[in-house]
Design a protein around this ligand. Structure first.
Ligand SMILES: *Cc1c(COP(=O)(O)O)cnc(C)c1O
Length: 377
């Protein structure tokens, strides 16, 4: 017997890990820095790490109180109703819930290209189709309502990533609202704000705030995660903020207890730890400025904790960087075979990445110069 026909499904390509690369190259893990998965270079919120240790002995029970407490804390932070918070196993889990709650077989979703692969993967799991709207390199991947609406054709969900991974561009709340207004009543606009903390930009959650009145929109949802600014990628915790009218659907689509006891406890602690988030955001902003100023190649401005770099041909440059101990993301799998994405690291990691990348780029330029100087024989 075989699984169902999965030929339309592709495996998610994660950034490469230090252990994996070190083993493959037969080298010591301590020689590497990983700037490939937009993780937090300061680690988790220390308060979250304490909470995880403290609650280790209560993991024999299903998470109920912790789930309710975290939902209430998040709802409070965003000034929305508790029912509007759909906790999930990572932001990726929340993507699944939104598809489960909307897609009938054959419905389509509209996703950005280049863009985050999991929107399309998840839609296909739910028997949905995937259509794309292009972000154009010639416009520096600018995100406007028109860009989306030009490709829109009645899809059930429109995915907007702001700040966008891997380009770092954003879409203003006004433009997002215009997409919501100009698409059909039955189209949900989901704004993925996985990198929202790093941006100097208002959250689209403002479109959902009604607090019992019917002021909030019923066709916009926002996605957030604890994986990036909060440094909890390994705990798997994220959530969607949905319209008030959608509250009911959560109980029908969620995987029971998918946000674990430790995840909820860690999330609660991390949410109170403003200092850790502020430090993280400061580091990312300094790092992305430095990367942009110092790399000897075109670097796009970014509102995330990463930058996109135009290196011409990503794969050989990423491999050469890896030999020098710096692991970055080859954006070929995002549909940008000429680009690398480099995560903002600590000051030391950022300097090391720039030095290594500039050395690789200089070496390559020298090689091509010598190659052209060699006379024909
Ligand atoms: C990281 C990321 C997410 C969510 O990741 P989780 O670890 O599942 O929370 C969602 N969208 C984008 C664009 C991301 O980069």
């Amino acid at each position: 017997m075989q699984p169902r026909d999965l030929s339309d499904h592709v495996a998610y390509k994660a950034g490469r890990g230090i252990e994996e690369v070190a083993r493959e190259l037969g080298r010591d893990p301590s020689e590497f820095v990983k700037l490939a998965s937009n993780e937090n270079p300061h680690g988790p919120s220390p308060a979250a790490a304490v909470a995880i240790r403290e609650h280790a002995s209560s993991t024999s029970s299903y998470p109920k109180a912790a789930h309710a407490d975290l939902v209430a804390a998040i709802a409070d932070r965003w000034a929305v109703e508790d029912e509007q918070i759909w906790l999930a196993n990572g932001g990726d889990g929340a993507i699944d819930y939104l598809h489960r709650a909307t897609i009938e077989p054959g419905d389509a979703v509209l996703v950005p290209t280049p863009g985050f692969a999991y929107y399309g993967m998840s839609s296909r799991f739910h028997h949905g189709e995937v259509r794309e709207y292009p972000l154009e390199r010639t416009n520096d991947f600018e995100q406007t309502a028109d860009r989306v609406l030009d490709s829109y054709d009645g899809e059930r969900i429109v995915w907007i990533t702001s700040p966008h991974n891997p380009t770092g561009t954003t879409m203003s709340v006004d433009e997002i609202e215009r997409v919501a207004v100009e698409t059909d009543d039955e189209t949900l606009v989901v704004v993925d704000e996985a990198y929202g903390e790093f941006a100097d930009l208002d959250s689209a959650v403002s479109l959902l705030q009604g607090r019992g009145t019917d002021d909030g929109r019923d066709d916009v949802a926002v996605l957030r995660t604890f994986s990036k600014a909060y440094g909890l990628a390994g705990i798997r915790l994220g959530y969607a903020i949905v319209p008030e009218e959608w509250g009911d659907a959560y109980a029908r689509v969620n995987t029971p207890f998918a946000a674990s006891e430790l995840a909820c406890r860690a999330g609660l602690a991390a949410l109170q730890d403003d200092e850790h988030v502020e430090r993280t955001v400061r580091t990312a902003r300094n790092s992305r400025e430095y990367l942009r100023d110092r790399i000897d190649a075109d670097v796009w401005p970014s509102e995330g904790n990463f930058v996109l770099v135009d290196v011409g041909e990503a794969t050989p440059v990423a491999e050469a960087l890896q030999d020098r101990g710096v692991i970055v993301r080859d954006c070929s799998s995002f549909g940008l075979p000429g680009c690398l994405r480099i995560t903002c690291g600590t000051e030391a990691e950022t300097e090391r990445a720039v030095e290594a990348l500039n050395a690789v780029l200089a070496g390559r330029d020298e090689e091509s110069e010598t190659a052209t100087e060699v006379p024909d024989t």
